[in-house]
Design a binder for this molecule. Structure first.
Ligand code: HEM
Length: 508
């Protein structure tokens, strides 16, 4: 045997031994797993998770602690439920947990098999998605460029509410808000309005979105016990597939219309024009594919519209239950803006109470109660516990926002806590104060955070300043939640509104 061959054989043998040792050491960690429920054969702790998973997990955490380990089917899962428990996962272990699990319900059926932005692993393609979105749509500079679109659509929303009031028609809050949001996002991305306020499709689209966003929740049995995924025991997969096909059709026809009208936009490109024309490539030299672009559009329509409308509706529900808060917000706006014109975005800086109400709604009613799941690619240690590789991380944002050790009277809707003199003054939802992370934290924090906060403030402010609200006689506000990936009110708010500003303030 030639010396070089001997050397190669020895080196191959050593590499094999090293890999073997690493494998054995990883499997045989002497450290214990974090505490958690033992569960049942095959299903693990799945039977312990009720339909409101955020509540079941919060209750289990009371027993097992803020960093909890469990098997769900064949999957290793960690659940964090306090600010201190979240910290290491979004700081020192942030990179290890930056992937997403490949779930059938969410990633496969509604996210083009992980080829979109939201369910992509932390790959070069993911980084390209993030860069392009920040540069051309969600970053501060880009957002300034589409201020007129937001203004137009908020004014059109107020106009349609004003018309409803003239005809004594009920305002269906989620439909009204989603119409404005879809049109804003549609115009910024593809220069296309999607709905008209009187569109008969609006209600059924809102229902579809609700089904996709709640159905894409985390606890599809087939995701945890892959051997029986084909049975689709809860019928979730079939529903998601059907809903996704309808949305995909909508996105494809929007893209076709976009291509056909390219000439009309010469000199004023929209987001998709900029993305398609961008020379930016990922570290592997690739651009976004057609499927990536469809995924991106669908992500922005879903993540960017439903999240915001859900929180505005929850804020309104809390305020209709507590008219003192409603009146105080109107009074702040009357002092700052007066009653002769509508709210403008530039007013928001001078409206601390409006800002505090929005923060309080984000704390008590985060639109994604369990954030989005993360997935690790390496085993690690934390607080003396071993966490195996390929573990799914669930952050119970809902429980963290209601942790009595972090918040006084946590179940009370009390915007004052965020004002000067309040205990949470200076606490911001930007991913650094871990007791308040409605947008997540770490490298996968919501890229639409700034946009989302602005949408919440602008929409809520506009409908509260512009109108007095009254529920139909004999009705009270119902606070039931429909849990899933997002958590809307189960029963939508339907109310009569009465204009309260000078008649010239309303667009005609
Ligand atoms: C009030 C509004 C919003 C809330 C509460 C919210 C919340 C969240 C949360 C919790 C995540 C997951 C973070 C994580 O994985 O750790 C997320 C991700 C994301 N959000 Fe938002 N979001 C909002 C608005 C928006 C808007 C307006 C857009 C865009 C128009 C947007 C686009 C996205 C995208 C693309 C992701 C995926 C990021 C990734 O996977 O790295 N969101 N959002």
């Amino acid at each position: 045997m030639e010396p070089t061959q001997i050397l190669a054989a020895v080196s191959a043998g050593l590499t094999f031994l090293l890999l073997l040792m690493r494998h054995v050491l990883r499997r045989k960690s002497t450290l214990p797993l974090p505490p958690g429920p033992r569960g049942y054969p095959l299903l693990g702790a799945l039977p312990l998770i009720g339909p409101a998973a955020h509540v079941s997990l919060a209750n289990l955490a009371k027993r097992y602690g803020p960093i909890m380990y469990m098997k769900l089917g064949s999957c290793d899962v960690i659940v964090t439920s306090t600010a201190a428990a979240v910290r290491p996962f979004v700081t020192t272990l942030d990179l290890q947990f930056s992937n997403r699990p490949t779930t059938i319900a969410s990633a496969k059926h509604v996210s083009y098999n992980g080829n979109d932005f939201i369910f992509a692993n932390y790959t070069p393609k993911y980084k390209l998605f993030r860069k392009l979105s920040t540069l051309h749509m969600l970053g501060n500079k880009a957002m300034t460029g589409w201020a007129d679109v937001r203004r137009d659509e908020v004014r059109l929303m107020v106009k349609s509410m004003h018309e409803s009031s003239q005809f004594g028609k009920l305002v269906i809050v989620p439909e009204t808000l989603i119409c404005a949001m879809m049109n804003i996002v549609g115009r910024v991305m593809l220069s296309q309005r999607v709905f008209d306020a009187t569109d008969p499709e609006l209600g059924s689209y809102k229902e579809l979105l609700k089904k996709l966003m709640t159905g894409g929740g985390l606890f599809n049995i087939g995701d945890f016990v892959p051997a029986i995924a084909w049975m689709d025991l809860q019928g979730v997969q079939a529903k998601l597939k059907k809903g996704h096909a309808r949305m995909d059709g909508m996105v494809e026809s929007m893209l076709a219309r976009h291509a056909a009208t390219a000439k009309e936009r010469e000199g004023c490109p929209d987001f998709i024009d900029l993305v398609l024309g961008s020379e930016l490539r990922d570290e592997e030299g690739e651009k976004l594919s057609y499927v990536n672009i469809k995924g991106l559009i669908m992500n922005m329509f879903k993540a960017g519209t439903d999240t915001s409308t859900i929180i505005v509706e929850w804020a309104l529900a809390e305020m209709l239950k507590n008219p003192t808060i409603f009146k105080r917000m109107q009074s702040e706006m009357d002092t700052v803006i007066g009653q002769d014109r509508l709210l403008e975005e530039s007013d928001i800086l001078n409206l601390p109470y409006l800002q505090a109400v929005v923060k309080e709604a984000l704390r008590l009613h985060p639109s994604t109660p369990l954030s989005l799941p993360h997935y690790s690619f390496e085993s690690c240690e934390i607080n003396g516990y071993h966490i195996p590789a390929n573990t799914r991380l669930i952050t119970n944002v809902w429980a963290i926002g209601r942790d009595p050790d972090a918040w006084d009277n946590p179940l009370e809707f009390d915007p004052d806590r965020f004002l000067p003199g309040g205990k949470a003054y200076n606490i911001e939802p930007h991913g650094n104060d871990f007791e308040f992370i409605p947008f997540g934290a770490g490298r996968r924090i919501c890229p639409g955070k700034q946009t989302g906060i602005l949408f919440l403030q602008y929409l809520l402010g506009a409908v509260v300043h512009g109108f007095d609200w009254r529920l139909p006689d004999g009705e009270v506000i119902d606070m039931k939640e429909t849990p899933g990936l997002v958590m809307p009110k189960t029963i939508p708010i339907k109310a009569f509104v009465t204009p309260r500003l000078a008649s010239t303030a309303y667009p005609h």
